[in-house]
Write a protein that binds this ligand. Structure first.
Ligand SMILES: NC(=O)c1ccc[n+]([C@@H]2O[C@H](COP(=O)([O-])OP(=O)(O)OC[C@H]3O[C@@H](n4cnc5c(N)ncnc54)[C@H](OP(=O)(O)O)[C@@H]3O)[C@@H](O)[C@H]2O)c1
Length: 324
């Protein structure tokens, strides 16, 4: 498994990470601790070192972190444990009425995550969504305080637009504190708007990018086709519109592109991400040990060249709408 630096200032992470929003998700094999153990053990065996969760993941608040902590207990030393706080829409009230980006909120949130994960230090602590009501200086100062206290090793953000990414990067030297090391936003072949402004901003300020929904919820794994929709999947259970509205002509052309190179669509998908140095790790989710094994293997080979990035890009045009 290739290791890549998370931006200029972050830790080394495996090119394929494990997205952990399935941990504790009702109706999946990772709803239980036994199912989680199978997936995490397979991930570690396959060389995965980055585990990305959040306080809100799981059937109830904190469940994904709790399950991850139980299963990793004693093994976290060589791994990079990433979690998130303060989702503007879903975060519960912590620290009274304080806003999710405020110092009191962050201090309450980090204690909860440390306890649930059963660790003394979080490797990457990410602000889940921007908080328009709190000056970024306050958020950064609070996060830097946690670094100084040894409660977190580094911090990142998620769902920031390019202006917010630049504003956050400008603040750190002004405050004399460590910078954000990573950004995490939606990015996959059907949602490429980050290529317009967010990825260039990340490159400019030297932070690593972690794409979420990299497989478009499983659409790019090869198990869906124009006519096949396996029932026991997140897409069929919860988001059937993803397969119903998928651009099947483009996906079939992408499959042909992959088979011309003797690789699977899964390998082509991971290689498309990892052909961009700004993408540090592809944090795909997995509900079974077989899935994480396949993802780790698929992400260990082929990388798209600049010409191939353009060729694939022509199949899945950038939409006009979306975050800048
Ligand atoms: N920052 C944010 O706001 C935000 C938002 C969303 C997600 N995230 C993060 O991004 C991570 C990744 O997103 P995601 O897990 O939701 O979506 P995803 O990676 O696009 O899709 C993962 C799903 O695809 C299926 N799958 C994965 N590998 C497979 C394989 N090899 N063969 C067949 N099926 C396979 C599994 O679902 P089934 O088995 O059910 O088909 C799996 O749950 C999350 O876990 C989370 O850490 C962050």
């Amino acid at each position: 498994m290739e290791s890549r630096r998370l931006g200029t200032h972050g830790p080394l992470v495996s090119a394929i990470g494990l997205g952990c929003n399935n941990l504790g998700r009702a109706g999946t094999r990772t709803a239980t601790v036994e199912g989680v153990r199978e997936v995490i053990d397979a991930a570690i065996d396959a060389g995965v070192t980055l585990f990305d969760t959040a306080d809100i993941y799981g059937a109830e608040f904190g469940l994904s972190e709790t399950l991850l902590g139980q299963v990793l207990a004693g093994r976290e030393g060589d791994l990079v444990i990433a979690t998130k706080f303060g989702h503007a829409q879903f975060a519960p009230a912590l620290a009274g009425e304080s806003a999710p980006g405020s110092r009191p909120y962050i201090r309450a949130a980090v204690e909860g995550s440390l306890t649930r994960l059963g660790i003394e230090r979080i490797d990457l602590y990410q602000q889940h969504t921007p908080d328009q009501g709190t000056p970024i200086d306050e958020t950064i100062a609070a996060l830097d305080e946690l670094v100084a206290e040894g409660k977190i090793a580094a911090y990142g953000h998620s769902n920031f637009d390019s202006d917010q990414i630049r504003a956050a990067a400008d603040a750190s030297p002004r405050l004399g504190v460590a910078p954000f090391v990573s950004a995490q936003n939606e990015y996959n072949l059907l949602a490429r708007t980050v290529e317009r402004a967010v990825l260039p901003a990340c490159e400019e300020v030297g932070i690593g990018f972690l794409p979420f929904f990299p497989l478009a919820n499983g659409l790019f794994t090869g198990k869906f086709s124009r006519t096949e929709r396996p029932a026991d999947t997140r897409i069929s259970r919860q988001r059937p519109h993803i397969a119903e509205e998928a651009p099947w002509d483009a996906i079939e052309a992408f499959e042909a592109f992959a088979s011309e190179r003797g690789i699977s669509m899964l390998e082509a998908t991971f290689g498309w991400f990892l052909g961009r140095p700004v993408v540090s790790s592809v944090i795909a989710g997995a509900t079974t040990p077989e899935q994480i094994r396949s993802n780790a293997a698929a992400g260990s080979g082929w990388r798209a060249s600049a010409a191939e990035l353009a060729e694939i890009g022509a199949l899945f045009p950038l939409s006009e709408a979306g975050q800048d």
